[in-house]
Write a protein that binds this ligand. Structure first.
Ligand code: CP
Length: 293
């Protein structure tokens, strides 16, 4: 695999291989690279989980993370994304991990000679988040076939919703969206359900973060109103199936998408998703940088 830009570029076989290797790695079965490798993690948008888990994954595999802080870089002098990436290639990095606010920023990088791993592009894709989500579902159910999955919340702005829906359907799951009217994405052709109608049959409820930085939602919803009308709260929790799980890519707006007391409840796998992120990213790094010497 040359790059990881979007889930659309992965076959079902690719996805299953990456997930199964990630689970093996979580069980402790992996070997770090014998020959030193170098990666620069270029985060033009803020991140806690993705950036830190890539750094952790790189460290476990004997890959040196080359420090790059956009605020102290020549981006402030007008350097283009292509020239920044080409420079880091020239300095000897084996690959780049990039998060950028522009959807499909990677279209600017044709001509780059090293692989790119997309760590999130605008409202486009977030493939490593999707892979860790799929890994978590597979770890819990051992299959995707015929699982009922509801992805609920800010669908139209969510790169997680887009990446996950496409991959889950290809793997045999039944995916429904649920969203307030203005966050319905009419272009995707995915059926919508009322959360309260679909919840009792759902194996997986995947909550999406209200993205305050991309739009002003405060004008329409109070925290309490969003949680009451669209969020996970104790009343809805009580109507979920036995064995069902609650997911969220995080960061969580506690008390909004999910009530404070449910973030670490029995059905919540939110922190397990974060833990799995390290192993999913290790598996991707091994896929991209080649097998162990
Ligand atoms: N889920 C996710 O991408 O989190 P960060 O923005 O903290 O990386």
């Amino acid at each position: 695999m040359d790059n990881l830009l979007s889930m659309n570029h992965l076959s079902q076989e690719d996805i299953m291989r990456i997930i199964k290797r990630a689970l093996e790695m979580k069980a402790g079965n992996f070997k770090p690279f014998l020959e030193k490798k170098y990666i620069a993690n270029l985060f033009f948008e803020n991140s806690t989980r993705t950036k830190t888990s890539f750094e952790m994954a790189e460290s476990k595999l004997n890959i040196t993370s080359i420090p790059f802080d956009v605020n102290y870089s020549s981006v402030s002098k007008g350097e283009t994304l292509y020239d920044t990436c080409k420079t880091i290639e020239a300095l000897g990095s084996d690959a780049l991990v990039i998060r950028h606010a522009e959807t499909e920023y990677y279209g600017q990088l044709v001509g780059l000679g090293i692989p790119v791993i997309n760590a999130g592009d605008g409202s486009g894709s977030h493939p490593t988040q999707s892979l860790l989500d799929l890994m978590t579902i597979y770890e819990n159910f051992g299959t995707f076939r015929d699982l009922n999955i509801i992805i609920s919340g800010d669908i139209v702005h969510s790169r997680v919703a887009h990446s996950n829906q496409q991959a889950l359907e290809r793997l045999g799951a039944n995916v429904r969206f649920s969203a307030p009217g203005e966050w319905i994405d009419q272009n995707m052709g995915v059926p919508y359900t009322d959360l309260d109608e679909g919840l009792g049959k759902a194996d997986v409820l995947m909550l999406l973060r209200v993205q305050h930085e991309r739009h002003d939602v405060a004008a329409r919803f109070t925290k309490e109103a969003y949680n009451r009308d669209y969020g996970m709260n104790p009343e809805r929790y009580g109507r979920m199936k036995e064995g069902a799980i609650i997911m969220h890519p995080a960061p969580v707006n506690r008390g909004v998408e999910i009530s404070e007391e449910l973030v670490e409840s029995e059905k919540s796998v939110i922190f397990e998703q974060m833990r799995n992120g390290v192993f999913a990213r290790m598996s991707v790094l091994q896929e991209i940088l080649g097998s162990v010497e």
